[in-house]
Design a protein around this ligand. Structure first.
Ligand code: AMP
Length: 249
């Protein structure tokens, strides 16, 4: 069984982001980029399935500029077998990503595609769902447990008030949630080995896919600065402040 995992390079979650002065987006100059945390979880799951013998090959794919190569190398160091970078310097919206990954899937013919539930930069939570629609494959979103048996994926999903386990026929698209696993760190030998693993670079323009943006970002704002706290002398003062200043009572 072949697994394809999508990997997006995003601003590292430890970095405090800066909005460009004209509000047109986030300033990425000199900012540390890393693999999207949900994609680390997807790679870990793919590696575990291959290690357990449930899968025979794990391929990782990223859509982006040459900078995305680092995230792919990390995935290779974690244990993926080979990587594909679909290169573009343009920013690609979730629908465009889904279309390109669908094309890669047509060639690679994976039995399972594991996609992060959401990219922490655009928070779209769209790509996996759109990909499953484009391929006409079943989808199981927000997986907190995933196992493969007899041509089916069994997926447990956290829902309101509990969890739900569903089964989908392969090939399928599964999106990963935080509690699925704890990703391993790329070990030094893993990093050394990753340098020799295959990484194919394919220009996005070769895929004949319409990547025309459909969304217009009107404005990007920094979160409001937090106001300092105050100490109150009594419950009565607290209630009065909640009523008259915070206007929440
Ligand atoms: P989103 O729909 O943008 O929130 O992203 C959800 C998931 O889609 C991410 O966790 C990635 O697995 C995948 N994805 C989104 N954009 C890209 C990209 N440029 N390259 C590879 N995978 C991507």
């Amino acid at each position: 069984m072949k697994i394809l995992v999508t990997v997006k390079s995003v601003v590292d979650y430890n970095v405090t982001i800066r909005v460009k002065p004209d509000g047109s987006g986030v300033d990425l100059t000199g900012v540390k980029m890393s693999m999207n945390p949900f994609d680390e979880i997807s790679v870990e799951q793919g590696v575990r399935l291959r290690e357990s013998g449930a899968a025979s090959e794990l391929i990782v794919v990223s859509i982006g500029s040459a900078k995305s190569e680092d995230a792919l190398r990390t995935a290779l160091a974690m244990g993926a077998d080979r990587a594909i970078l679909v290169e573009t310097t343009e920013s690609v919206e979730p629908l465009g990503v889904a279309k390109l990954v669908a094309k890669v899937a047509e060639t690679e013919k994976p039995d399972l595609i594991i996609v992060g539930k959401q990219a922490i930069d655009d928070d779209s939570n769209q790509t996996g769902q759109m990909l499953s629609a484009l391929l006409n494959w079943p989808q199981a979103t927000f997986a907190s447990h995933l196992s493969i048996e007899a041509g089916k994926a069994s997926v447990t999903r956290e829902i309101d008030g509990g969890s739900q386990t569903i089964e989908v026929d392969l090939p399928a698209v599964v999106t990963t949630d935080l509690r699925l696993n704890e990703p391993r760190y790329a070990s030094l030998p893993g990093i050394m080995k990753a340098k020799k693993k295959p990484l194919a670079k394919l220009p996005a323009s070769d895929f004949s896919v319409d990547l025309t943006p459909r969304l217009t970002v009107l404005r990007t704002d920094e979160p409001l600065a937090r106001k300092g706290g105050v100490k109150v002398g009594s419950v009565a003062e607290l209630i009065s402040k909640l009523k008259t200043e915070a206007n929440v009572l």
